[in-house]
Design a binder for this molecule. Structure first.
Ligand code: TYD
Length: 231
């Protein structure tokens, strides 16, 4: 049996910030739900949120972005809209939760901007760096789980999920764009191995959830009950 590291053991440290990243159809929402349930069973207070969105103001911007209206403004301005949404979300939801020792599980965060707008969208990295300084400052995820799977499989899953509905702004991009997304996320995972874990998302949801939990244990975010009692 596992349990979360007790608040006492962690001293005054704040809640943990865990982000989920990956291409279309990688199963992030399912895995976030499963992790939230498991943390809840272990008595850890956690909220689930997402980007773009997660706060009332950012949800309005989300609509502008995913409907494709933002695209018409050009790639740089579209990136600024993602940044504006993030700024509101960080300040009104993420930081207050972490300060109250509540864990935050976030479906996409700054790595999505680096990959979608930077790596695949060709927006200048210096602009993205500058926006990160303003929106997230020193706030860095304690762990970023990158759900990785072949592009064809992900796009097939995303198409099944949306049924007859039209693809959104990013789902509608071509195969090579999605391949660049995969490459971009994998590059981040190998560049920042302390923060990131690359998770094989072709497995069954239960196995992926076990792998994710094992990653939290390996990284010392949760500890085994026995160890917790001994210390
Ligand atoms: P969403 O429906 O939440 O997609 P998914 O289920 O794949 O997470 O839509 C979010 C879309 O916005 C997704 O295609 C990725 C894109 N996105 C960016 O391009 N940049 C960003 O910074 C973020 C957070 C998301």
């Amino acid at each position: 049996m596992m349990t979360a590291e007790s608040s006492a053991a962690r001293g005054a440290r704040r809640g943990r910030f865990i982000t989920f990243e990956g291409g279309e159809g990688s199963g992030k929402s399912t895995q976030i739900r499963l992790l939230a349930e498991r943390l809840d069973a272990e008595g850890v207070r956690a909220i689930v949120t997402r980007e773009p969105g997660g706060s009332p103001g950012a949800e309005i911007i989300r609509h502008v972005l995913l409907s494709g209206i933002g695209k018409r403004l050009g790639a740089e301005a579209e990136s600024l809209l993602f940044a504006a949404a993030r700024d509101d979300h960080v300040r009104s939801v993420i930081e207050p939760a972490l300060a109250q020792d509540i864990w935050v599980l976030c479906d996409r965060f700054a790595d999505s901007t680096r990959v979608y707008q930077g790596h695949a969208g060709k927006v200048d990295l210096r602009l993205l760096d500058a926006m990160e300084r303003v929106t997230i400052g020193a706030l860095k995820p304690d762990l970023t789980l990158i759900l990785d799977l072949p592009v064809e499989v992900g796009m097939q899953r995303a198409a099944e999920r949306r049924g007859g509905e039209t693809p959104d702004r990013f789902e509608a991009e071509d195969l090579s764009f999605h391949q660049q997304l995969r490459d971009g996320f994998r590059a981040i995972a190998s560049r920042e191995p302390e923060r990131c874990a690359l998770i094989d998302a072709t497995d069954t949801p239960d196995h992926i959830a076990e792998r994710i939990w094992a990653t939290l244990v390996e990284r010392g975010l949760v500890v085994e009950q026995k160890e917790a009692q001994q210390s």
